[in-house]
Design a protein around this ligand. Structure first.
Ligand SMILES: Nc1ncnc2c1ncn2[C@@H]1O[C@H](COP(=O)(O)OP(=O)(O)OP(=O)(O)O)[C@@H](O)[C@H]1O
Length: 491
């Protein structure tokens, strides 16, 4: 009945009467305006349907799949009042009606993936809403679980899992409220990764290790182009970020409660179309991707090619300045006391420790770039996603994805990476595999927050894509969390 007429039916088990259970938005029944939820069906194409099983009724309808289908109905006397307000949401979970035994009619269901934007067209039913996936090329809506129902499914799914120490990693898409647990698990994973690296280093050719070992002093990854110093590319800051400490939880509580809470607790995040006005500050561009995928190469090239438009954010450090360094150029050099105070006051988007010194990217550093009318481009670890998704920064998150393995091998033949132990060592086969694995994890946990994805295959093409995306983020309407536009009292 759903496909042909655009309605679902139900049977009163006591009386055997058949009723319209719901009318699918945009379907034939809805467009005809003749059938409504609650109408009692007496006859279909002249056949009395009282006492029939719903499947039999459907067969009667399908016999006449073309031409006119005649319904004799007793209309519902009191139609529910539809005071629908337009609602758009970004899905924070995957859903497949074919794998959901509780859906009233799987054919009427609509599947969606994390990050999809859905237009909710009907919320009259407490359990099953009707929605369209955007951009939509169909008039007909599909059934999706309501927020409460999906949340309940997530909870049940969570509790139904046998105990596995890492279970929260696999089930994050179902239960973002376990975010803090995930953070701990990721750290453990990272420590394990670190151990793997240690072993590899022990196996490594000692001579090569010695000659390429990280030197104590800090070099820039990049040279400064004429007259312009590229901020935000210092090596220690980047290495430190691999051992990041996220400020996610405290930051969330104080800086972005509405957007964080909605993202963490609700399977749907309400979104609105946002068009930045020319007088508004630029949206922050935040790049993320698995280590060595090319986030900083792309970021550097973008800034180098358009230094008057784009700029990185200067990091803070408690490290003592070297003779040639100036506060406000390589870093903001600061005391540990001041740094701790900034941490306490949630002033960092992310911060961490490297070789006994603290490093961090502050909100003020980003603000300073924005106040100059430039577009701030930073790279972040996934744990900083919530800290940049705020009413003020309105981060546009670009995920840099590795291309397939063969392409990685081909394109990175002459490229080098800096690891915790080596500077500029050529890529090895294992690096590519690790990158792919890290990418898979990152995507499965965080893809719902990606505004744009760049597959970093050919460097030139990726650079062009980044420039286009960074411009689009500023100039074209985008879906953003509704809380950014209608901030609550405490955001
Ligand atoms: N598309 C590409 N083709 C070839 N080489 C690339 C490409 N993108 C990046 N590279 C090279 O790969 C290496 C690693 O890139 P980059 O330093 O930007 O990594 P990253 O993503 O910033 O990683 P990390 O955060 O771990 O430092 C660099 O030598 C860079 O020049």
């Amino acid at each position: 009945l759903t496909c042909t007429v655009g309605a679902t039916i139900k049977r009163n088990e006591v009386t055997g009467e058949i009723f319209i259970a719901r009318v699918i938005h945009g379907g034939l029944a809805d467009r005809s305006g003749l059938l409504h939820a609650g109408d009692r069906i007496i006859e279909v194409n002249g056949f009395p349907v009282d006492g029939m099983e719903p499947e039999q009724v459907i067969q009667v309808v399908q016999v006449r799949s073309q031409g006119t289908i005649m319904f004799k109905v007793v209309p519902i006397t009191e139609r529910p009042v539809h005071n629908q307000t337009m609602l758009y949401v970004r899905s924070m979970a995957d859903y497949s009606p074919q794998q959901d035994p509780s859906i009233p009619c799987a054919d009427a269901g609509m599947s969606f993936r994390k990050g999809d934007v859905l237009e909710i067209v009907d919320q009259t039913d407490a359990l099953w809403w009707q929605a369209k996936k955007l951009p939509s090329n169909t008039d007909c809506a599909g059934l999706i679980p309501s927020t409460n129902l999906l949340r309940r499914k997530q909870r049940d799914f969570w509790w139904a899992q046998p105990y596995q120490p890492h279970a929260c990693v696999q089930t994050l898409e179902f239960s973002l409220c376990f975010y803090s647990t995930l953070t701990e698990v990721s750290t453990v994973d990272e420590e394990e990764d670190m151990m793997a690296i240690d072993e590899k280093c022990l196996e490594a050719d000692e001579e090569a290790f010695e000659s390429e070992e990280l030197r104590e002093e800090e070099d820039d990854f990049t040279s400064s182009i004429e007259g312009i110093y590229l901020t935000g590319f210092r090596r220690s800051m980047r290495l430190c970020r691999r051992h990041f400490h996220s400020t996610t939880q405290p930051t969330c509580h104080t800086r972005c409660p509405s957007s964080c809470h909605s993202a963490l607790n609700s399977p749907y995040e309400e979104v609105v179309r946002y068009q930045r006005q020319p007088q508004d500050p630029h949206r922050l561009i935040a790049l993320l991707g698995p280590s060595s995928v090319g986030v900083n190469e792309l970021r550097r090239r973008l800034i180098e090619m358009n230094p008057n438009v784009f700029q990185g954010a200067l990091a803070y450090t408690t490290r003592a300045p070297k003779s040639y360094e100036e506060s406000g150029r390589e870093y903001f050099f600061t005391s540990r006391e001041v740094f701790d105070n900034m941490v306490y006051n949630n002033r960092f988007l992310e911060y961490g420790e490297y070789k006994g010194n603290l490093y961090g990217t502050s909100i003020e550093s980003v603000r300073e770039v924005l106040n100059r009318g430039k577009i701030c481009v930073i790279d972040i670890e996934p744990n900083a996603i919530q800290a940049v998704r705020t009413h003020e920064l309105k981060a546009y998150i670009i995920y840099v994805k590795p291309p397939p393995l063969e392409h990685l091998r081909e394109t990175r033949q002459d490229s080098c990476i800096t690891t915790n132990y080596y500077v500029n060592r050529p890529f090895k086969g294992d690096d590519f595999q690790e990158m792919e694995e890290a990418a898979r994890k990152m995507e499965s946990h965080f893809s719902q927050f990606f505004d744009h994805v760049i597959v970093n295959d050919g460097l030139q093409d990726s650079c062009a894509q980044l420039l286009t995306a960074a411009r689009k983020a500023q100039d074209e309407p985008q879906w953003v969390p509704a809380s950014w536009i209608r901030p609550t009292v405490d955001s």
